[in-house]
Design a binder for this molecule. Sequence first.
Ligand code: PA5
Length: 430
Amino acid sequence: MRQLRQRAEMGLKMIDLIVHNDKEEWEKEYSKLCAQNRSVLDTAKKGEKEYSDSLGWLDTEEWANETALKRVERLALEIKRNANVFVLIGVGGSNNAARGAIKALQQAGTPEIIYAGNTLSPHALNNMLKKLEGKSIYVNCIAKNFETLEPGASFRILRKYLKERYGKKAAERIIATGTAGSSLEKLCSDNGYTFLEFPENIGGRYTALSNVGLLPMAVAGIDIRMLVQGAKDMRKELYEKPAEENIAFQYACLRNFCYNRGYRIEMLASFEPRFRYFYKWWIQLFAESEGKDNKGIFPVAGEYSEELHSVGQFLQDGSPIIFETFLDVKERQDSLRVESDGLADYFDYLDGKDFWCINKKAYEATVAAHKEKMPCFTLEIDGLDAYHFGQLFYFFQFSCYLSCKMMGVNAFDQPGVEAYKKWMFEALGK
Ligand code: PA5
């Protein structure tokens, strides 16, 4: 019941596009854009041939089915029993989803998760190694084609470290997630590491609901079954609802509408700091999928209240190039009342109020202020838990695909990322 209620209550609540004299004209234009793009939704749902090598995430049953979940759970149980540190080696799509969920939802008593493979800074790498001293360690290297320098170099260092610490038994503590037939799989079979499959038909940033995202999440004690259920329910909703009631379609249309109106930056903002690393996943998803052919909306994140006191000035008063999507959690997650300590600090108006309500008032006030300047939307979720993270992952992946189609770009390639690699490989003599 709870799941159904939650599903029914997740929605994109459309706050006035903007407080403007020409509101009517804007609404007319938005409706026209929706009508023009209606076919985009149907085409995407069917699974286009053109992108068949990248759509393995569309149906969660393909890579997050019962067999896959059982294997991940078994492996996670072994790691939780034997490790107090789990090193997640990966960069971009290979670690962002897991990190986003883990930083928000990790359960007490589970191994500390340490991230590697996303930097080449010796200072950061030495710090990472220091954190391993005296701990029982497991390592998971996640790399789709195992050519990316950052995870490859970190994996080398960590294999050597583990060998020095555990000798021949090091192999029992190494898991690698790579595509079938890749050099990473060969490394596993040659050396006795555990191998998990990285879906060949999913690009990194769309892999939250596969071995890539699910194993680290399960090690952190996240209920991956609830997470997958959330994604499945969201999929069902997005497949069943017609365009005019379809929140992914609406969100994609709103983004394109803003883009056509000259807004070049989208800020995903929330008053819940637990979303900090989820933003990073979202930023990668949209930037790498949409930013090509000289097009795209630049995604940024706003961690409120903090950033109201910094970029808040620009938002309210600076160049009119930004629109804002708020992520709002409906159910009370926690509680803390402000009590008086008897001193005259002139904050008496807060006496007896709960921080949950104060934070909500700050959110409402921010929307009221910002919508005087820019288009503001709110994406409202009922709770902040594994189920809703599953919903969000699926919702944004699907919306991103639609949004890219409307913009006329390929959501699944990343030719721009190759440019720096070419120069770097050349400089390093690869
Ligand atoms: O989303 C993507 O495709 C990229 O961000 C990749 O995930 C990232 O470049 C890492 O690639 P790999 O897993 O091959 O090391």
